[in-house]
Design a protein. Structure first.
Length: 250
């Protein structure tokens, strides 16, 4: 089994770290390939950088997705997720989508803790798009961005712990998602200080991606997630251009 992990942030060290963590989460026979977006922001932290990251995710899939059994979009907020689901021939899992579904499965209402103030409104919009706004207890952001947290995680642990506890005390959250590529692996370091289940966004998404790969469901040939129809394009990478040139199966 092969899972392609796409980090549309352009910080290679974060990609490498997520790849290493993912290898420890999957079955021994499952192979993880972790790739970084070729262009865009070092770390997505605004709507503009989010839009560019969606293109970068599609570009990375076009270059590396051919033999994957599932694709993991490893950037919380899932830039380009629905486009990837449409264009990919394999199941595609978003880090934020998987985390919110996992939290919902635990029961009650969930909260999200992440780095970067602008993510507050962006994540409210994202959860609303999933149809889970009634399950969202609240969102707490800390001042460092996810990229800054990844560069010095020890310095951020206290801030993240306090934010998680705040979500329980102030919002009544029944579970908390520690969200973001730059925060991958940190939930285990503070979970014993948070009085409700603490969900690591990478772990949640890796588990779902592996499960869908194992299920080996077929690609839709009709409907809104059928293969993208042939589209004339200009200026895309050769690999992405070829994906848009594929004939559609109806």
């Amino acid at each position: 089994m092969h899972i392609l992990l796409i980090n549309p942030n352009t910080t290679e060290t974060i990609t490498q770290r997520m790849g290493e963590i993912a290898v420890g989460l999957v079955a021994p026979a499952t192979r993880i390939t972790a790739v970084t977006g070729r262009f865009g922001a070092r770390y997505v932290s605004s709507r503009a950088s989010y839009a560019i990251a969606g293109h970068a995710a599609l570009d990375a899939y076009a270059a590396h997705g051919g033999d994957a059994d599932a694709v993991l979009l490893a950037c919380f907020g899932d830039p380009g997720l629905m486009a990837l689901k449409e264009i990919a021939s394999q199941p595609v899992v978003g880090m934020a989508e998987a985390s919110c579904l996992t939290a919902s499965a635990l029961g009650g209402r969930f909260a999200i803790v992440t780095g970067g103030a602008r993510w507050h409104a962006m994540l409210e919009e994202f959860v609303r798009g999933l149809g889970l706004e009634a399950r969202l207890a609240g969102i707490a952001t800390v001042a460092p961005t996810g990229g800054e947290i990844a560069a010095d995680p020890d310095r951020a642990l206290g801030l993240l712990t306090d934010a998680c506890i705040q979500c329980v005390d102030r919002y009544g959250a029944d579970s908390v998602i520690l969200a973001g590529a730059g925060l991958a692996g940190l939930a285990g370091r503070i979970a014993d200080r948070v009085p409700v289940p603490l969900i690591d966004s990478l772990a949640a998404s890796v588990g779902l991606a592996e499960g869908l790969a194992r299920a080996a469901t077929r690609k839709a040939h009709v409907g809104s997630f059928a293969t993208t129809p042939t589209v004339d394009t200009v200026g895309l990478s050769p690999e992405l251009t070829r994906l848009f040139d594929r004939p559609r199966r109806d």
